[in-house]
Design a protein around this ligand. Structure first.
Ligand SMILES: Cc1cc2nc3c(=O)[nH]c(=O)nc-3n(C[C@H](O)[C@H](O)[C@H](O)COP(=O)(O)OP(=O)(O)OC[C@H]3O[C@@H](n4cnc5c(N)ncnc54)[C@H](O)[C@@H]3O)c2cc1C
Length: 460
């Protein structure tokens, strides 16, 4: 696995403790983490377990991280559950693994399973796409299966990678003109080829995020830092010029972690450009048009690149907006995120709908780590509503973003709505304002099995 990135990596980062302690095998690591209370670190459910005899027809739109984990809990907590999941996909991807495919740590086939094997037993699966929700008449319209009525709805269709909103972006040709995006499985595979070619040949690398809210804000930073480290390991660093552009006014908005991240960018010689975003890509000429903002004034430049990593703008799926379920007004209105109470995850207009995951219009990061905490809360509050009670569980905005800073270290950013650090035990025993080796082990070895065998089953 890691050996594919660089044979040296295997020795230096995977099995040998950087502080010179005895080598640690994967088995040792698993044992160590169990002993240290891995269950706690990975998130004891935020909501209490429950059991209810209430009956109603529940429809879940979306069989991703959010939809499946919530359905699994509802199926366990309800004595006579009636849960239908609408999702068109054959494959279920563990998307956090895309970064590790893009950097040669995982092989491409390590991050997915057939969707049929992820569906919780007891749920009815309608393999179809929702096209409209009539929230007043309480039904979901679908592409092929007509109207599906519901009493209660879980809205969890994720988000739409909106390629059409960026001139020149092409999701069908990842890597074309050395322009890459790891936000699809194919794109992540291409990136690993492209990253190696760039590191070997050298030139100017541009890494950019986007101006809309986007999932895993850390991913563009991770691939930038991993490219830099790969070039050092392959002794070609001096052939590379690296520029990171962010549309945000700061590199990271959680003050506990920002100083170290800024320091890392400086130490590695990655130029940082704030309030700058790509508005067009020309893959044949290998140029990007950038828009910069300073003191309220917008300027445009055209930049040459030899290697590009970019993000398309991201929005809620179209049907969410077309069904009148989106936030109205505000700077992000055009993105169409579902109007969601940030504490209870109940829809702001329709109290028989809960919204969670990437589609939810709540002020936290769009990550599966956040969903791990949202899912028990959404399920518990849905049951309260079914019982005719007020929703009682409160989500504090917990999200985590493991920023991989090199092959061997991760700055594990865990925080809440107030952008205060919310470090899980036993990581809280370490200085988590700095990148840590143990967090790398967690990211590479523990989080994926925890996702498939814990989170999707509704256990963690
Ligand atoms: C490159 C990358 C790196 C990431 N890194 C991390 C990380 O390190 N840590 C982390 O915690 N998170 C990370 N994430 C984010 C994480 O993967 C997402 O936040 C999470 O998967 C969102 O879950 P979701 O259920 O909301 O959406 P998804 O998991 O995307 O699932 C949405 C589901 O809805 C279905 N759907 C869509 N439209 C419809 C429709 N009309 N009708 C019915 N079904 C529909 C889809 O088929 C899909 O199955 C990363 C993501 C990417 C892309």
């Amino acid at each position: 696995m890691l050996a594919r990135a660089n044979a040296k990596l295997t020795k230096s980062t995977m099995i040998k403790d950087i502080n010179g302690r005895r080598p640690l095998s994967r088995r040792d690591f698993v044992k160590m983490m169990s002993a240290a209370g891995l269950g706690s670190m990975l998130g004891i459910p935020a909501a209490r377990a429950m059991s209810s005899s209430v009956k109603a027809k529940i429809v879940v739109i979306g069989g991703g991280a959010a939809g499946i984990s919530t359905a699994a809990r509802l199926l366990r907590w309800l004595e006579t559950p009636d849960v239908t999941i609408i999702d068109p996909s054959d494959i279920h991807y563990y998307q956090p693994g895309f970064t590790l495919i893009a950097s040669g740590v995982y092989s491409p086939d390590e991050v997915y399973k057939p969707q049929s094997s992820c569906m919780p037993s007891g749920a009815k699966w309608i393999k179809d796409s929702a096209t409209f929700v009539d929230a007043k008449k309480q039904y979901v319209d679908t592409l092929k299966n007509g109207k599906i009525p519901y009493d209660f709805l879980v809205l969890a269709p994720g988000l739409k990678l909106n390629w059409a909103m960026l001139e020149g972006a092409n999701c069908d040709a990842p890597g074309e003109g050395d322009a890459h995006c790891i936000y699809t499985h194919k794109g992540a595979i291409k990136m690993w080829e492209g990253m190696q070619k760039f590191v070997d040949k050298g030139g100017r690398g541009i890494f950019a995020d986007t101006y809309t809210k986007h999932k895993c804000g850390g991913a563009p930073k991770k691939v930038c830092l991993l490219t830099e480290h790969l070039s050092r390991m392959r002794k070609t660093r001096d052939k590379l010029k690296l520029d990171f552009y962010t549309a945000s006014p700061e590199l990271y908005d959680v003050p506990f972690f920002t100083p170290r991240l800024l320091e890392i960018y400086k130490e590695r010689g990655v130029n940082l450009n704030l309030k700058s975003r790509i508005t067009a890509i020309d893959t044949s000429a290998k140029k990007v048009r950038m828009e910069h903002e300073a003191n309220g004034v917008k300027t445009t430049t055209v930049e040459d690149y030899d290697f590009l990593h970019y993000l398309p703008p991201m929005t809620a799926p179209d049907f969410v907006k077309n069904s009148g379920l989106s936030i109205e007004g505000g700077s992000h209105a055009i993105e169409g995120w579902a109007a969601t109470d940030k504490n209870t995850l109940v829809h702001l207009k329709y109290p028989n709908i809960v919204c969670l995951g990437d589609v939810a219009g709540i002020p936290t990061s769009k990550t599966s780590a956040a969903i791990r905490k949202q899912s028990p809360i959404a399920a518990a509050n849905l049951i309260c509503l079914m019982e005719g009670k007020e929703p009682s569980e409160i989500y504090d905005g917990y999200a985590a973003c493991p920023i991989v800073t090199d092959y061997g270290h991760v700055l594990m950013c865990e925080f809440d709505y107030d952008k205060k650090p919310k470090i899980s035990f036993p990581l809280s025993l370490l200085d988590m304002s700095k990148e840590q080796w143990v967090a790398w082990l967690l990211k590479v070895y523990a989080l994926k099995p925890m996702y498939f065998y814990g989170m999707l089953k509704g256990y963690v």
